[in-house]
Design a protein around this ligand. Structure first.
Ligand code: SF4
Ligand code: MG
Length: 332
């Protein structure tokens, strides 16, 4: 497919003062094709939200480029930014925190349309709000109510309606289901999928585990401690995870069939997640990697296409380094 978003060696560090740098995102590259759902997955603190916000221009980049339809979003003028925001919108993890508690549903959804002067006619605007509410499975009777009167799932639907208000091409959904009850998560994912098909939208879908994203995402990038460690098609990632971190994440997802589930071995990651202020040398995963070798502390593994359209950053696949089973900390 045609690339709508290109993230090239994006780096974002935050100056924490006293000479400390938080290395949130380090040389991350991926592109998102028109009409697809690209999943960005990793534990909290891995840098995935920072990537979302840096793409939106909410954070200045430290290095690298973000191109939307070929245009570098960090070089946009105020006017350019204004039209960029019509095309790219964001849905947040906690709809309660992102919706103004003192605004009615009508005011919340109207806000982006008013900022962008979409309607001069209030009646037309209201009709559009009704239409949006219907699209997200809410009723027009909800229009004068306040966020606290709704359930978590309904609030997320209000957030989605607002994100759709300007007819964007691209939506960054930052953990849109993580704060919801499991029973509601699938409903919201199904809604996003329906909307995507109807409106030909492209999604960057940020999630903290791999369980929910398989069906929804066409391709997935796995993040660990500010680095992308693996990227490939959704099915390939599940069938043939290559990076030890991805293998561990997948082994943690329960399989509904108890016979298979019983025989499966879990890969338990030892140790704590290191701080992105003081990341390990070499491979950032090495302090918890069951396959770590001597080279892993010395040299950062290169990001390379190991199989067709399957990118991995790991010394196991460079061909030069033999994994010595005897030395492994944990057997897989
Ligand atoms: Fe593990 Fe080494 Fe691969 Fe890093 S480079 S994931 S430490 S084997
Ligand atoms: Mg986050």
């Amino acid at each position: 497919g045609e690339k709508i978003l290109e993230v090239k060696e994006l780096t974002k560090h935050f100056d924490m003062g006293k000479g400390k740098m938080l290395q949130a995102v380090n040389e991350v590259s991926f592109s998102v094709h028109k009409g697809e759902t690209f999943g960005l997955v990793g534990e909290s603190g891995c840098g995935k939200s920072t990537i979302g916000r840096t793409i939106m221009g909410l954070y200045q980049k430290t290095n690298g480029n973000v191109l939307f339809d070929g245009v570098d979003v960090h070089t946009l003028t105020e006017k350019g930014k204004f039209s960029f925001y019509r095309r790219m919108q964001m849905i947040f993890q906690d709809p309660y925190a992102s919706l103004n508690p003192r605004s009615t549903v009508k005011e919340i959804i109207a806000e982006p349309m008013e900022i962008h002067n979409v309607y001069t006619n209030k009646h037309e605007q209201l009709e559009r709000i009704y239409e949006l509410l219907k699209e997200v499975g809410l009723s027009r009777d909800h229009v004068n109510r306040y966020p606290h009167e709704f359930s978590g799932g309904q609030r997320q639907r209000i957030g989605i309606a607002r994100a759709l208000a300007l007819n964007p091409d691209f939506i960054i959904a930052d953990e849109p289901i993580s704060a919801l009850d499991v029973s509601v998560q699938a409903q919201v994912v199904n809604l996003l999928r329906e909307i995507q098909m109807q409106k030909d939208l492209t999604f960057l879908f940020i999630a903290h585990d791999l369980a929910m994203v398989r069906q929804f995402c066409t391709r997935i990038g796995v993040m660990y401690l500010g680095h992308m460690v693996e990227l490939t098609d959704s099915d390939k990632l599940y069938d043939n995870p290559m990076h030890p971190y991805t293998q561990a994440l997948l082994s943690a997802i329960p399989i509904p069939d108890p016979d298979i589930e019983e025989k499966r071995e879990r890969i338990i990651l030892e140790g704590e997640l290191p701080s992105p202020i003081n990341p390990p040398s070499g491979c950032v995963f090495r302090t918890r990697c069951p396959m770590a070798m001597d080279i892993c502390s010395e040299t950062k593994p290169a990001w390379q296409e190991v199989e067709q359209q399957h990118y991995v950053a790991c010394h196991l696949y460079t061909g030069k380094h033999q994994y010595d089973e005897g030395k492994a900390k944990v057997r897989i």
